[in-house]
Design a protein around this ligand. Structure first.
Ligand code: UDP
Length: 238
């Protein structure tokens, strides 16, 4: 069952349930995709019907970010758990490594996906990274063909929101992959170029604060959080 927060339907799942569903999807015939919206993405969707359609059209919609959890609480429709996209991807890769599954990394600046691939193959022995491509391409065709030729079962699509969600909705099936996952800046983290917040920030739900401190230009994006909470509270009153 999905919990509707300002138009976005979130799957009400724990991390374990999300990973089990991810594994099921990658073993199931057909093209599927997963999204990991945070409050900023929900606000983007409210202003962009195409983004909203792409997000709600996903097979798995995970609540990335403490803001979504607060929003759900404010609406009196609490979600079981926060499922950060990056942690979801890490747990899924553990399972993929055991199964010898194949992965393609799409997105970020040139060189980043290759660095991420080298690190991930070391971290998850057994995981097969069968291709990479940067996220600054003009034509979709050659990228789709490259993914198809790689035979990847899973694709991490890291083009930023809402570009990655729209890309997966439009092109996911044509890549031949079983499961595409929209993951924002995860390749920057996997490559080692960007550090994830220390665990104490993650536990307290303050990862956003750490990121703003590191990259002050993010302040405009984070400023959408209070607005999101006001909107969620307003929805409850209606
Ligand atoms: N990006 C990309 N192609 C684009 C725009 C962005 O590959 O046309 C990449 C960018 O290099 C970065 C990621 O998409 O690696 C977006 O990262 P951001 O930190 O904005 O995402 P978040 O995790 O905050 O959603």
């Amino acid at each position: 069952m999905r919990v509707n927060i300002l138009g976005v339907g979130f799957d009400n799942v724990t991390m374990e349930q999300a990973v089990a569903e991810g594994v099921r999807l990658l073993r199931t015939e057909g093209g599927h995709y997963a999204v990991t919206p945070n409050p900023e993405i929900v606000e983007i969707c409210r202003a962009d019907p195409e983004a909203m359609e792409a997000v709600n059209g996903a097979d798995l919609v995970l609540a990335d970010g403490i803001g979504v959890i607060y929003g759900a609480k404010l609406q009196k429709t609490p979600l079981k758990a926060r499922v950060p996209g990056i942690a979801f991807a890490q747990k899924l890769m553990e399972r993929m490594a055991q199964g010898g599954d194949t992965l393609y990394l799409l997105g970020a600046k040139p060189g980043v996906a290759e660095e991420a691939a080298r690190n991930l193959e070391k971290q998850y022995p057994g995981l097969q990274i069968v291709g990479t491509h940067d996220g600054y391409f003009q034509d979709d065709g050659p990228v789709i063909e490259d993914i198809k030729a790689s035979g990847a079962a899973v694709v991490f699509v890291c083009l930023g929101a809402p570009k990655q969600e729209k890309w997966m909705k439009q092109n996911g099936a044509a890549t031949g992959a079983r499961l595409l996952i929209g993951m924002g800046g995860c390749l920057d983290v996997f490559s080692g170029r960007v550090q994830r917040a220390p665990e104490v920030f993650q536990r307290l739900g303050l990862e956003w604060l750490y990121r703003v401190a590191k990259e002050p230009s993010r302040i405009g994006r984070v400023a959408k959080l209070p607005l999101f909470l006001v909107h969620a509270a307003g929805e409850k009153r209606k």
